[in-house]
Design a protein around this ligand. Sequence first.
Ligand code: TRP
Length: 329
Amino acid sequence: MSRIFSGIQPSGELHIGNYLGAVKNWAALQHQFESFFCVVNYHAIIGSYEPADLVRRTHEMAVGLLAAGLDPAVCTIFVQSQVPEHTELAWIFNTLTPLGELERQTQYKDKASRQEQVMAGLLNYPVLQAADILLYRADVVPVGEDQVQHLELSRVVARNWNARFSSGAPYFPEPQPRLTPTRRIVGLDGQAKMSKSIGNTVGLLETPEQIWDKLRPAVTDPARQRKTDAGEPERCNTIYQLHRAFSPAETVAEVEVNCRGAKWGCIDCKKVLHQHMVAELTPIRERAVALQADPALVQDVLQAGAAKARVVASRTIADVKEKMGLPLA
Ligand code: TRP
């Protein structure tokens, strides 16, 4: 069976953008691949943060992943810092990563341009990401489009290491991205990608009332000023996109007809969406409530996940050190 690895930042509560763009897909893929899913807290300490806050966000992310359907009986869910081999391999990979490749990364350029003082960790972020993936010798990495460049770098690192230290068959596979079927989810403002820092999200664990309070004022087709104006679903962005993600195909077809034909007002359309969202999200919220009531259980799941991950990770590190002339501890 092929192996997959993916990581998610401990941003706290998942929102429906993370859910549709990543985690829902992971929950499906866990049954087809041997799967490792990691809360990447070492990536999250690049930039300023409060330690107590990071603890809370890491725990909440784990709750969200479990509630959204990742099953620790089927896949391995763990926190990056609990498997020290990640940083060990990252150092090794730093010695095989051309500086120019790192400086070319668009995410690095974006973030660095907005900072007065750029820390080395920001530049080296994709090296740690390569270590995450290659530590498990994963073939496939389910990610969004924004991670494709980081994955290319992982392949460069794998190739460089293989060229220098593999004897015979390449030791590290070159990991391929597997893009999520849902393209990036537009936020409630109809403008930007859904993102917690912009505040245009719907939380995965929000109640039906909270979800409605967000949907009701959400931006729709700007050309549709009154109910009698014909609308264009493609111009609507958010609500139409969410229908396609949450509503059955018949409903999506109905939305198209009733929007273009000015039969439904935007509020009617949002009410129908609300029903379908609530139907999918209610069981997730209920699981989350149960998990929130039992933090020790969540911590046990993460400990067990880290132990499973370490079995594979320590094997890889042992092989790598052996081939590189580095004595094991
Ligand atoms: N950089 C990824 C993101 O921001 C998170 C991540 C870290 C990751 N390590 C990974 C994703 C390994 C896939 C594989 O979304």
